[in-house]
Design a protein around this ligand. Structure first.
Ligand SMILES: NC(=O)c1ccc[n+]([C@@H]2O[C@H](COP(=O)([O-])OP(=O)(O)OC[C@H]3O[C@@H](n4cnc5c(N)ncnc54)[C@H](OP(=O)(O)O)[C@@H]3O)[C@@H](O)[C@H]2O)c1
Length: 287
């Protein structure tokens, strides 16, 4: 087994590295754009061939959701063309792919957690390109596994948890959207789930949903972040989406139904606040 983790400098990529180096050191190569630009089809194919890669975990993506509305070409290139390049390279050597997608493939009009088979209807350039990346991958490498996740955070890079801790320390008041509901996902928990799939004896192709357990609004999430981080000097006020306009439209409801991944791979998924506690503990240690 020889694994390639792409986007290794990102949130999920870093957590994949932590999990894989602890559990099975030495069998994985980690690349980001500096080592392997996924837009270079020839380089991707050569890398996969030369290193006899058997499994690819694609953590690379264009994830700047609002910037994507302007930066359309690069967003499409990374979220679609790079996925095609990986699929073609995998096909050439018979490697398997685990690819990560997003709750933004949905329009957020549901009233119960989204199943993998529910109708997609992305509302943003990011969501649209991620959905096209999914369909391109299924067409070129139908044995792939695609995991849609939501509200990803970690001790790495920029994310909502780190931003709310910083703003909570800087400001006396914060207004946060209370009418968008979803589930935070601790990237370490997703990395562990991907590890279970990689090491499992059964490879069941298709789309899966993964987030932590439970649900909350961005407002609830912020209140918990501040409580756990011990921030008491910032008042957090709930506001409706219309009072916080953003370039990209976000789904108002994006809770994912995780029954399929739990049943197929026997996963036990932590409740979102327990994982948030662990992440904030790690942040306090590293700061
Ligand atoms: N973040 C979220 O809230 C969220 C929610 C749902 C789903 N997801 C999905 O989860 C996955 C992981 O997200 P994440 O937050 O870990 O992403 P991230 O932190 O933004 O990391 C993505 C990495 O991919 C790299 N990359 C970009 N273009 C590349 C290229 N041409 N070749 C090679 N690498 C390239 C980026 O490098 P640069 O930084 O230099 O561009 C970055 O290091 C993605 O598929 C994302 O769509 C994320």
């Amino acid at each position: 087994m020889k694994i390639l983790v792409t986007g290794a400098n990102g949130q999920l990529g870093n957590e994949m590295k932590n999990v894989l180096e602890k559990e099975c050191p030495g069998i994985t190569l980690y690349t980001d754009i500096q080592e392997l630009d996924l837009l270079d089809a020839q380089a991707v194919e050569l890398f996969v061939l030369k290193n006899e890669i058997t499994h690819i975990v694609n953590c690379a993506a264009y994830t700047a959701v609002d910037r994507a509305e302007e930066d359309k070409a690069l967003c499409a290139a990374v979220n679609i063309d790079a996925v095609k390049n990986l699929a073609n390279a995998a096909d050439a050597v018979g490697a398997k792919i685990i690819h990560i997608s997003t709750d933004y493939v949905f329009d957020g009009t549901a009233h119960r957690p989204y199943k993998e088979s529910d109708k997609v209807n992305p509302m943003s350039q990011y969501g649209t390109t991620k959905r096209t990346g999914e369909t391109a991958l299924i067409a070129l490498a139908p044995e792939s596994i695609i995991i849609r996740t939501s509200w990803l955070y970690s001790p790495y890079g920029n994310n909502f948890v780190k931003t709310m801790i910083r703003l909570g320390k800087e400001r006396s008041q914060l207004k946060v959207v209370c009418d968008q509901v979803g589930t935070p996902t601790y990237a370490k928990d997703l990395a562990k789930a991907i590890y279970v799939i990689l090491m499992s004896h059964q490879w069941v192709e298709g789309i899966y949903h993964f987030s932590n357990e439970g649900a909350c609004s961005w407002y609830d999430f912020t209140k918990s972040i501040h409580r756990i981080a011990g921030i008491k000097t910032c008042e957090v006020l709930p506001i409706p989406t219309e009072d916080y306009p953003t370039a990209a439209t976000r789904p108002a409801y994006s809770i994912l139904n995780k029954s399929k991944i739990k049943a197929t791979y026997g996963l036990e998924i932590p409740y979102w606040e327990e994982s948030l506690q662990e992440c904030i503990n790690r942040l306090e240690i590293t700061e």
